[in-house]
Design a protein around this ligand. Structure first.
Ligand SMILES: Cc1cc2nc3c(=O)[nH]c(=O)nc-3n(C[C@H](O)[C@H](O)[C@H](O)COP(=O)(O)OP(=O)(O)OC[C@H]3O[C@@H](n4cnc5c(N)ncnc54)[C@H](O)[C@@H]3O)c2cc1C
Length: 287
Protein backbone atom coordinates (compact mmCIF):
# COMPACT_ATOMS: atom_id res chain seq x y z
CA UNK A 1 0.00 0.00 0.00
CA UNK A 2 1.60 3.27 -1.11
CA UNK A 3 0.56 5.82 1.49
CA UNK A 4 2.44 8.64 -0.28
CA UNK A 5 -0.34 9.01 -2.85
CA UNK A 6 -2.81 10.18 -0.20
CA UNK A 7 -3.35 13.93 -0.04
CA UNK A 8 -2.85 15.02 3.56
CA UNK A 9 -2.67 18.74 2.90
CA UNK A 10 -6.09 19.30 4.51
CA UNK A 11 -6.30 18.16 8.12
CA UNK A 12 -9.14 18.19 10.65
CA UNK A 13 -9.11 18.21 14.42
CA UNK A 14 -10.99 15.29 15.97
CA UNK A 15 -11.67 14.73 19.64
CA UNK A 16 -12.05 11.22 21.06
CA UNK A 17 -15.59 10.87 22.48
CA UNK A 18 -15.47 7.18 23.45
CA UNK A 19 -12.90 4.39 23.35
CA UNK A 20 -14.29 0.93 24.19
CA UNK A 21 -12.83 -2.56 23.95
CA UNK A 22 -14.76 -4.86 21.57
CA UNK A 23 -12.93 -8.13 22.27
CA UNK A 24 -12.99 -9.90 25.65
CA UNK A 25 -10.11 -9.21 28.03
CA UNK A 26 -8.70 -12.73 27.54
CA UNK A 27 -8.78 -12.59 23.72
CA UNK A 28 -5.41 -12.54 21.94
CA UNK A 29 -6.30 -9.48 19.90
CA UNK A 30 -7.42 -6.24 21.44
CA UNK A 31 -9.82 -4.45 19.13
CA UNK A 32 -11.44 -1.16 20.10
CA UNK A 33 -14.43 0.89 18.97
CA UNK A 34 -13.26 4.50 18.92
CA UNK A 35 -15.71 7.36 18.41
CA UNK A 36 -14.31 10.66 17.12
CA UNK A 37 -16.03 14.04 17.16
CA UNK A 38 -15.13 16.27 14.22
CA UNK A 39 -16.48 19.76 14.79
CA UNK A 40 -15.80 20.98 11.22
CA UNK A 41 -19.02 20.35 9.21
CA UNK A 42 -17.07 20.39 5.94
CA UNK A 43 -15.81 16.86 6.79
CA UNK A 44 -18.37 14.61 5.08
CA UNK A 45 -18.09 10.96 4.09
CA UNK A 46 -20.06 7.96 2.91
CA UNK A 47 -20.00 4.30 3.96
CA UNK A 48 -16.95 2.39 2.72
CA UNK A 49 -14.54 5.33 2.97
CA UNK A 50 -11.48 5.56 5.22
CA UNK A 51 -9.81 8.34 7.15
CA UNK A 52 -6.13 9.05 7.71
CA UNK A 53 -4.70 9.43 11.20
CA UNK A 54 -1.61 11.58 11.58
CA UNK A 55 0.48 10.68 14.63
CA UNK A 56 2.79 13.58 15.46
CA UNK A 57 6.52 12.80 15.70
CA UNK A 58 9.35 12.79 15.90
CA UNK A 59 9.49 9.11 14.91
CA UNK A 60 12.36 6.76 14.03
CA UNK A 61 14.38 7.62 10.92
CA UNK A 62 13.57 11.33 11.38
CA UNK A 63 9.96 10.96 10.24
CA UNK A 64 8.07 14.09 11.41
CA UNK A 65 4.75 12.21 11.50
CA UNK A 66 3.32 8.69 11.09
CA UNK A 67 0.28 8.30 8.82
CA UNK A 68 -2.10 5.31 8.66
CA UNK A 69 -5.59 4.63 7.24
CA UNK A 70 -8.66 3.34 9.11
CA UNK A 71 -12.08 2.37 7.72
CA UNK A 72 -15.05 4.36 8.91
CA UNK A 73 -17.51 2.12 10.77
CA UNK A 74 -20.38 4.66 10.83
CA UNK A 75 -22.87 5.73 8.20
CA UNK A 76 -23.00 9.13 6.48
CA UNK A 77 -25.51 10.14 9.18
CA UNK A 78 -22.74 9.82 11.76
CA UNK A 79 -22.33 7.60 14.80
CA UNK A 80 -25.70 7.13 16.54
CA UNK A 81 -27.14 9.72 14.09
CA UNK A 82 -24.75 12.39 15.37
CA UNK A 83 -23.44 13.97 12.17
CA UNK A 84 -20.36 15.32 13.95
CA UNK A 85 -19.21 11.84 15.01
CA UNK A 86 -17.80 8.77 13.32
CA UNK A 87 -16.38 5.53 14.65
CA UNK A 88 -13.33 3.39 13.88
CA UNK A 89 -12.67 -0.24 14.72
CA UNK A 90 -8.96 -0.54 15.52
CA UNK A 91 -6.83 -3.59 16.33
CA UNK A 92 -3.86 -2.96 18.60
CA UNK A 93 -1.05 -4.04 16.31
CA UNK A 94 2.37 -5.50 17.16
CA UNK A 95 5.15 -6.71 14.90
CA UNK A 96 8.50 -8.42 15.24
CA UNK A 97 11.37 -6.12 14.35
CA UNK A 98 13.47 -7.60 11.50
CA UNK A 99 16.76 -6.53 13.05
CA UNK A 100 16.34 -6.93 16.81
CA UNK A 101 13.78 -9.74 16.68
CA UNK A 102 11.88 -7.92 19.44
CA UNK A 103 8.13 -7.36 19.62
CA UNK A 104 7.38 -3.73 18.75
CA UNK A 105 4.22 -1.70 19.07
CA UNK A 106 2.45 -0.45 15.94
CA UNK A 107 2.54 3.33 16.21
CA UNK A 108 -0.88 4.51 14.98
CA UNK A 109 -2.90 1.62 16.37
CA UNK A 110 -1.39 2.10 19.86
CA UNK A 111 -1.88 5.85 19.60
CA UNK A 112 -5.59 5.32 18.85
CA UNK A 113 -6.20 2.44 21.25
CA UNK A 114 -4.58 4.40 24.10
CA UNK A 115 -6.35 7.71 23.32
CA UNK A 116 -8.63 8.65 26.22
CA UNK A 117 -11.89 10.57 25.78
CA UNK A 118 -11.09 14.27 25.30
CA UNK A 119 -7.81 13.65 23.46
CA UNK A 120 -7.44 15.71 20.29
CA UNK A 121 -6.02 13.99 17.23
CA UNK A 122 -5.38 15.04 13.63
CA UNK A 123 -7.18 13.28 10.81
CA UNK A 124 -7.31 13.58 7.02
CA UNK A 125 -9.57 12.34 4.24
CA UNK A 126 -12.02 10.87 3.72
CA UNK A 127 -10.50 8.57 1.10
CA UNK A 128 -11.68 5.83 -1.26
CA UNK A 129 -14.49 5.78 -3.79
CA UNK A 130 -14.11 2.12 -4.82
CA UNK A 131 -15.90 0.52 -1.91
CA UNK A 132 -19.32 2.13 -2.09
CA UNK A 133 -22.85 0.76 -1.75
CA UNK A 134 -24.66 0.70 -5.13
CA UNK A 135 -27.49 3.21 -5.58
CA UNK A 136 -29.82 0.43 -6.79
CA UNK A 137 -31.80 -0.93 -3.83
CA UNK A 138 -32.38 -4.21 -5.68
CA UNK A 139 -28.62 -4.98 -5.87
CA UNK A 140 -27.39 -8.11 -4.05
CA UNK A 141 -24.39 -7.68 -1.78
CA UNK A 142 -21.91 -10.41 -0.88
CA UNK A 143 -19.85 -9.02 2.01
CA UNK A 144 -16.74 -10.98 3.04
CA UNK A 145 -14.96 -9.64 6.09
CA UNK A 146 -12.44 -10.86 8.64
CA UNK A 147 -11.48 -9.10 11.89
CA UNK A 148 -11.50 -5.32 11.60
CA UNK A 149 -12.69 -5.82 8.01
CA UNK A 150 -16.14 -5.70 9.58
CA UNK A 151 -15.85 -1.90 10.02
CA UNK A 152 -17.13 -0.84 6.57
CA UNK A 153 -19.79 -3.58 6.67
CA UNK A 154 -21.17 -2.28 9.98
CA UNK A 155 -21.66 1.02 8.13
CA UNK A 156 -23.15 -0.76 5.08
CA UNK A 157 -25.70 -2.76 7.08
CA UNK A 158 -26.78 0.23 9.18
CA UNK A 159 -27.13 2.43 6.10
CA UNK A 160 -29.07 -0.17 4.11
CA UNK A 161 -31.55 -1.12 6.82
CA UNK A 162 -31.85 2.10 8.85
CA UNK A 163 -31.38 4.80 6.25
CA UNK A 164 -32.29 3.36 2.81
CA UNK A 165 -34.95 1.13 4.35
CA UNK A 166 -36.42 -0.06 1.03
CA UNK A 167 -33.54 -2.47 0.32
CA UNK A 168 -34.79 -5.39 -1.80
CA UNK A 169 -31.60 -7.23 -2.83
CA UNK A 170 -30.03 -10.05 -0.83
CA UNK A 171 -27.37 -9.05 1.68
CA UNK A 172 -25.08 -11.92 2.70
CA UNK A 173 -22.35 -11.26 5.25
CA UNK A 174 -19.60 -13.87 5.73
CA UNK A 175 -17.65 -12.82 8.75
CA UNK A 176 -14.52 -14.45 10.14
CA UNK A 177 -13.06 -14.27 13.64
CA UNK A 178 -11.06 -16.59 15.88
CA UNK A 179 -13.92 -17.21 18.31
CA UNK A 180 -17.58 -16.29 18.68
CA UNK A 181 -16.70 -13.68 21.30
CA UNK A 182 -14.29 -12.07 18.84
CA UNK A 183 -17.01 -11.55 16.24
CA UNK A 184 -16.88 -7.76 16.42
CA UNK A 185 -20.27 -6.02 16.64
CA UNK A 186 -21.86 -9.48 16.83
CA UNK A 187 -20.92 -10.56 20.33
CA UNK A 188 -22.18 -10.05 23.89
CA UNK A 189 -20.08 -6.90 24.28
CA UNK A 190 -21.55 -5.05 21.31
CA UNK A 191 -24.12 -6.56 19.02
CA UNK A 192 -25.25 -3.85 16.66
CA UNK A 193 -25.02 -6.02 13.51
CA UNK A 194 -26.95 -8.80 15.28
CA UNK A 195 -29.95 -6.42 15.44
CA UNK A 196 -30.48 -6.80 11.70
CA UNK A 197 -30.75 -10.61 11.68
CA UNK A 198 -34.53 -10.31 11.54
CA UNK A 199 -34.41 -8.40 8.24
CA UNK A 200 -35.78 -10.69 5.54
CA UNK A 201 -33.08 -9.87 2.99
CA UNK A 202 -30.16 -10.20 5.42
CA UNK A 203 -28.24 -13.30 6.44
CA UNK A 204 -24.96 -13.44 8.34
CA UNK A 205 -22.65 -16.47 8.33
CA UNK A 206 -20.03 -16.83 11.03
CA UNK A 207 -16.66 -18.32 10.10
CA UNK A 208 -14.68 -19.21 13.20
CA UNK A 209 -11.18 -20.59 13.52
CA UNK A 210 -11.25 -24.40 13.91
CA UNK A 211 -8.37 -24.23 16.46
CA UNK A 212 -8.31 -20.74 17.97
CA UNK A 213 -5.86 -21.68 20.75
CA UNK A 214 -3.09 -22.40 18.25
CA UNK A 215 -3.98 -19.44 16.06
CA UNK A 216 -5.26 -21.59 13.17
CA UNK A 217 -6.48 -19.41 10.30
CA UNK A 218 -10.10 -18.36 10.27
CA UNK A 219 -12.02 -20.72 8.05
CA UNK A 220 -13.87 -18.19 5.88
CA UNK A 221 -13.05 -20.33 2.84
CA UNK A 222 -14.78 -23.36 4.39
CA UNK A 223 -17.87 -21.34 5.29
CA UNK A 224 -18.01 -20.02 1.73
CA UNK A 225 -17.76 -23.53 0.30
CA UNK A 226 -20.50 -24.71 2.67
CA UNK A 227 -22.74 -22.14 0.99
CA UNK A 228 -21.37 -22.65 -2.52
CA UNK A 229 -24.71 -23.01 -4.25
CA UNK A 230 -26.15 -19.69 -3.09
CA UNK A 231 -22.86 -17.87 -3.64
CA UNK A 232 -22.46 -19.14 -7.19
CA UNK A 233 -26.08 -18.30 -7.98
CA UNK A 234 -25.55 -14.77 -6.61
CA UNK A 235 -22.32 -14.30 -8.55
CA UNK A 236 -24.08 -15.21 -11.83
CA UNK A 237 -26.61 -12.43 -11.21
CA UNK A 238 -25.55 -9.15 -12.86
CA UNK A 239 -27.06 -7.30 -9.91
CA UNK A 240 -24.57 -8.80 -7.43
CA UNK A 241 -21.67 -6.85 -5.93
CA UNK A 242 -18.82 -8.54 -4.03
CA UNK A 243 -16.81 -6.79 -1.29
CA UNK A 244 -13.77 -8.13 0.59
CA UNK A 245 -12.33 -6.36 3.65
CA UNK A 246 -9.70 -7.07 6.28
CA UNK A 247 -6.12 -8.26 6.64
CA UNK A 248 -4.94 -9.64 3.28
CA UNK A 249 -3.37 -12.75 4.85
CA UNK A 250 -6.75 -13.82 6.19
CA UNK A 251 -8.05 -14.16 2.62
CA UNK A 252 -5.34 -16.64 1.56
CA UNK A 253 -7.86 -19.45 1.13
CA UNK A 254 -10.39 -17.35 -0.80
CA UNK A 255 -9.16 -18.05 -4.33
CA UNK A 256 -9.16 -21.80 -3.71
CA UNK A 257 -12.66 -21.70 -2.24
CA UNK A 258 -13.98 -19.58 -5.08
CA UNK A 259 -12.31 -21.85 -7.64
CA UNK A 260 -14.12 -24.81 -6.10
CA UNK A 261 -17.39 -22.87 -6.07
CA UNK A 262 -16.93 -21.81 -9.72
CA UNK A 263 -15.92 -25.36 -10.74
CA UNK A 264 -12.60 -24.27 -12.31
CA UNK A 265 -9.78 -21.77 -11.85
CA UNK A 266 -10.50 -20.28 -15.26
CA UNK A 267 -14.21 -19.91 -14.49
CA UNK A 268 -13.45 -18.04 -11.27
CA UNK A 269 -10.73 -15.88 -12.85
CA UNK A 270 -13.02 -14.82 -15.69
CA UNK A 271 -15.95 -14.06 -13.42
CA UNK A 272 -13.81 -12.00 -11.02
CA UNK A 273 -12.26 -10.10 -13.94
CA UNK A 274 -15.68 -9.38 -15.43
CA UNK A 275 -17.00 -8.15 -12.07
CA UNK A 276 -13.89 -5.99 -11.50
CA UNK A 277 -14.36 -4.37 -14.92
CA UNK A 278 -18.02 -3.71 -14.21
CA UNK A 279 -17.24 -2.19 -10.79
CA UNK A 280 -18.98 -5.08 -9.03
CA UNK A 281 -15.95 -6.54 -7.19
CA UNK A 282 -14.17 -4.35 -4.62
CA UNK A 283 -11.33 -5.17 -2.23
CA UNK A 284 -10.18 -3.28 0.85
CA UNK A 285 -7.29 -5.46 1.98
CA UNK A 286 -4.37 -4.41 4.15
CA UNK A 287 -1.25 -5.88 5.82
C1 LIG B 1 -7.59 1.28 3.38
C2 LIG B 1 -7.15 0.75 4.72
C3 LIG B 1 -8.06 0.61 5.75
C4 LIG B 1 -7.67 0.12 6.98
N1 LIG B 1 -8.60 -0.03 7.96
C5 LIG B 1 -8.23 -0.50 9.18
C6 LIG B 1 -9.23 -0.68 10.20
O1 LIG B 1 -10.43 -0.40 10.01
N2 LIG B 1 -8.80 -1.14 11.40
C7 LIG B 1 -7.49 -1.47 11.66
O2 LIG B 1 -7.17 -1.86 12.80
N3 LIG B 1 -6.55 -1.33 10.68
C8 LIG B 1 -6.88 -0.84 9.46
N4 LIG B 1 -5.92 -0.69 8.49
C9 LIG B 1 -4.51 -0.96 8.84
C10 LIG B 1 -3.87 0.31 9.47
O3 LIG B 1 -3.81 1.33 8.49
C11 LIG B 1 -2.45 0.10 9.97
O4 LIG B 1 -1.68 -0.46 8.96
C12 LIG B 1 -2.34 -0.76 11.24
O5 LIG B 1 -3.12 -0.22 12.29
C13 LIG B 1 -0.88 -0.79 11.72
O6 LIG B 1 -0.41 0.52 11.82
P1 LIG B 1 0.53 0.97 13.03
O7 LIG B 1 0.96 2.37 12.82
O8 LIG B 1 -0.10 0.63 14.34
O9 LIG B 1 1.74 0.01 12.89
P2 LIG B 1 3.19 0.37 12.24
O10 LIG B 1 3.96 1.18 13.22
O11 LIG B 1 2.97 0.88 10.88
O12 LIG B 1 3.80 -1.06 12.17
C14 LIG B 1 3.04 -2.12 11.66
C15 LIG B 1 3.67 -2.76 10.44
O13 LIG B 1 4.81 -2.09 9.99
C16 LIG B 1 5.77 -3.03 9.54
N5 LIG B 1 7.03 -2.67 10.20
C17 LIG B 1 7.33 -1.42 10.64
N6 LIG B 1 8.58 -1.39 11.12
C18 LIG B 1 9.09 -2.63 11.02
C19 LIG B 1 10.32 -3.21 11.39
N7 LIG B 1 11.28 -2.50 11.95
N8 LIG B 1 10.48 -4.54 11.16
C20 LIG B 1 9.50 -5.25 10.60
N9 LIG B 1 8.31 -4.75 10.23
C21 LIG B 1 8.10 -3.46 10.43
C22 LIG B 1 5.25 -4.35 9.84
O14 LIG B 1 4.80 -4.90 8.61
C23 LIG B 1 4.11 -4.13 10.74
O15 LIG B 1 3.04 -5.02 10.51
C24 LIG B 1 -6.30 -0.23 7.22
C25 LIG B 1 -5.38 -0.09 6.19
C26 LIG B 1 -5.79 0.37 4.97
C27 LIG B 1 -4.75 0.51 3.87
Amino acid sequence: MNLNKYDISTTYKATVSRNERLTPEDARDEVRHIVLNIADPSFVFVEGQSIGVVVPGPHDFGNPYHFRLYSIASTRQGEDSNLAELSLCVRRCFYIDDVSGERQKGIASHYLCDAPPGKEITITGPYGRQFLIPRDNSANLLLLGVGTGIAPFRAFVKHIFDERRAWEGKVRLFYGAKTGMELLYMNDIKNDIGQYYQQGTFKAFEALSPRPAVDAPVAIDRTLEDNAEEIWEMIQDPKTYVYLAGLSKTFKGLDKAMTNIAGSEEGYRQKRQEMLQQGRWAELLYD
